[in-house]
Design a binder for this molecule. Structure first.
Ligand SMILES: [Fe+2]
Length: 254
C-alpha cells in the first residue's frame, strides 16, 4: 500500500472543532495523526527565540545521575551515548530542557503545552484537565519539555516507547506520544529528522509536516531521529538543528 503522509493530517481552527472519536479511530487504524491549525508559526518562533536567548552551555547536566526531583524543575541536560531502560539499550545525542508547568514559563511554552496535554488526555479518554499543572495523587505528571537535536549528528536510535508505555499500562491509560513540530527540513537543517516507520516506510516529520503541526503516534509505532546534518561539525555551543516539544506522562518515583 502506498503511504501518503497528507492522509494523516486533520485541519482544525480550535480544539473544540476536533472530533476525538475520529482522532482515536485514526490512531487505532493508522498509528499516526497530525493536527494542523492550532498553533501558529509566530508562537513557535517566539519560543525558539526565548530558548536561544536563555541557553547557556554550562547549564548542561550529564546524561544520567539527576534526581527525580531535579527534572521537576527547569532543568537542562545533554544526553550522550547509550543507556538501558527496561532491558532495552538505546543510544542518542540530544539536549533536553525540562520545563514543568509549575515552574517559570521561561520559553513562553506553557500555553502550548497545556493544549498538547489536553489533546493527549482526550486521545486516551482521560479527564481533559488531568496532570496539567500538578503532580496527581498517583504520582503521574506531565514532563513538559523541549528536545534539541544539534547540527552535526543529533540523533535517536529507532525504538518503541517501552518505558512510557509501561507507565501508561500500569495506570490503565492507552499510550500516545504527543509532540510538536518546531523546525523544518530545508530551513533549520538540511538532512536527517524525526520519523515514524509505517509498513516499513519512513515518514520524516520535518519533511512532510509543517512548523506548528501537532504529531500523535502510538506505542506500536517504531520511531527515531536520523542524524541531523551529519556532514557538518557537531555544534553543542548554540541552539541549532532540530527542536521539538513533548508532554509525556511520567511517574514520580519516590
Ligand atoms: Fe520514543
Amino acid at each position: 500500500m502506498q503511504v501518503n503522509p497528507l492522509h494523516y493530517i486533520l485541519n482544525v481552527n480550535c480544539l473544540e472543532e476536533l472530533d476525538f472519536h475520529l482522532v482515536r479511530e485514526r490512531l487505532q487504524s493508522n498509528s499516526l495523526v497530525i493536527i494542523r491549525g492550532l498553533i501558529s508559526k509566530y508562537e513557535i518562533e517566539k519560543s525558539i527565540f526565548k530558548i536561544k536567548k536563555y541557553f547557556r552551555k554550562e547549564n548542561d547536566n550529564p546524561t544520567i545521575g539527576e534526581s527525580p526531583k531535579d527534572i521537576q524543575r527547569n532543568f537542562q541536560k545533554l544526553l550522550v551515548g547509550g543507556h538501558t531502560h527496561s532491558g532495552l539499550y538505546l543510544t542518542r545525542l540530544f539536549r533536553t530542557f525540562y520545563n514543568p508547568m509549575w515552574e517559570e514559563d521561561i520559553f513562553e511554552m506553557h500555553k502550548i503545552y497545556k493544549l498538547m496535554i489536553r489533546i493527549r488526555n482526550l486521545c486516551s479518554n482521560y479527564p481533559e484537565e488531568f496532570a496539567i499543572s500538578k503532580i496527581e495523587d498517583n504520582g503521574l505528571w506531565s514532563a513538559t519539555r523541549i528536545h534539541q537535536y544539534p547540527t552535526g549528528g543529533g540523533y535517536f536510535t529507532k525504538h518503541k516507547d517501552t518505558v512510557l508505555t509501561k507507565v501508561s499500562k500500569e495506570n490503565n491509560i492507552s499510550f500516545y506520544q504527543v509532540i510538536l513540530n518546531m523546525t523544518k527540513l530545508g530551513k533549520d537543517f538540511e538532512s536527517g529528522g524525526a520519523f515514524v516507520e509505517i509498513e516499513g516506510k519512513k515518514i520524516i516529520f520535518e519533511k512532510e509536516f509543517d512548523i506548528g503541526d501537532i504529531i500523535i503516534y502510538d506505542e506500536r509505532t517504531l520511531h527515531g531521529v536520523d542524524e541531523i546534518d551529519i556532514t557538518k561539525n557537531l555544534n553543542l555551543d548554540t541552539i541549532c538543528g532540530r527542536i521539538t516539544a513533548f508532554v509525556s506522562l511520567y511517574k514520580d518515583i519516590k
